[in-house]
Write a protein that binds this ligand. Structure first.
Ligand code: ADP
Length: 224
């Protein structure tokens, strides 16, 4: 059993899921005039929905998680809260996944209060029904048990942080030096997924650049 439940998602699956989501939207009889991608996770699904639904108007808003100093709790805020006039437009807000739901709640509230659209609906490729505060109007896959979906557009970022976490945890057990093959086999064990070799190589370069690892001969050594 992997220690962190993770599922690798391929580009092919993303295209299939986006097509499936577009078909659900079409069948509902509702059509958007404008698609708003929630950056950054919503970019690729939103672009594919434009293609499958024949929508030309695509814009984006960016959400960021903000940890309030006094509380452990996180909340979503918008990074660049610009205002546009959408008085005669039907808007579809698109994200990759609804996890807590905070991102879509924040995005919808901002758009309704500031852009004055005719209508707003929310869509996501995946909806984690056991944890989300909201159900999007449209989704393709209902996820019942929380897992981390390793989407193709965050592969390097995720592999970098996954390796960092694994090496930090193992350092607590006294393990400070790793070969490349050690890292790859432990990564598979920890996360239950595998990625192309180039991602491990690039992630390790990132970790060296970040000052987290040193490379000596064939070994990667955690900087303590
Ligand atoms: P939401 O507010 O939409 O529930 P979060 O705010 O928790 O989602 O997360 C924001 C972004 O983080 C998501 O749009 C997605 O890109 C990424 N994310 C969150 N949960 C997951 C997950 N379980 N698997 C992969 N990516 C995730």
């Amino acid at each position: 059993m992997p220690r962190v439940p993770t599922k690798l998602v391929t580009w092919e699956e993303i295209v299939d899921w986006s097509r499936g989501l577009a078909n659900i939207i079409k069948k509902s009889g509702w059509r958007p005039d404008v698609i708003v991608a929630v950056a950054r996770g919503g970019y690729v699904p939103a672009r594919l929905l434009c293609d499958f639904l024949g929508v030309e108007n695509l814009l984006s808003i960016q959400s960021q998680h903000w940890t309030e100093a006094a509380k452990a709790e996180e909340r979503a805020i918008l990074r660049f809260p610009y205002v546009v006039d959408m008085r005669d437009k039907r808007i579809l807000i698109v994200d990759d996944i609804v996890d807590t739901g905070d991102t879509l709640i924040t995005a919808e509230k901002f758009i309704r209060e500031n852009w004055y659209p005719l209508d707003v609906k929310k869509a996501a490729l995946q909806w984690i029904s056991s944890v989300a505060k909201i159900k999007p109007d449209y989704y393709y896959i209902e996820v019942k048990e929380w897992v981390w979906f390793q989407y193709p557009w965050t592969r390097l970022e995720d592999v970098t942080s996954f390796i960092k976490r694994m090496i930090s945890e193992e350092a607590k057990n006294g393990r400070i030096a790793w070969t490349f093959n050690d890292i790859v086999s432990s990564f598979r064990e920890w996360y239950g997924i595998d990625v192309d070799k180039i991602y491990y190589e690039d992630a390790l370069e990132n970790l060296i650049e970040m000052g987290f690892l040193d490379r000596k001969d064939n070994l990667y050594i955690i900087k303590l």
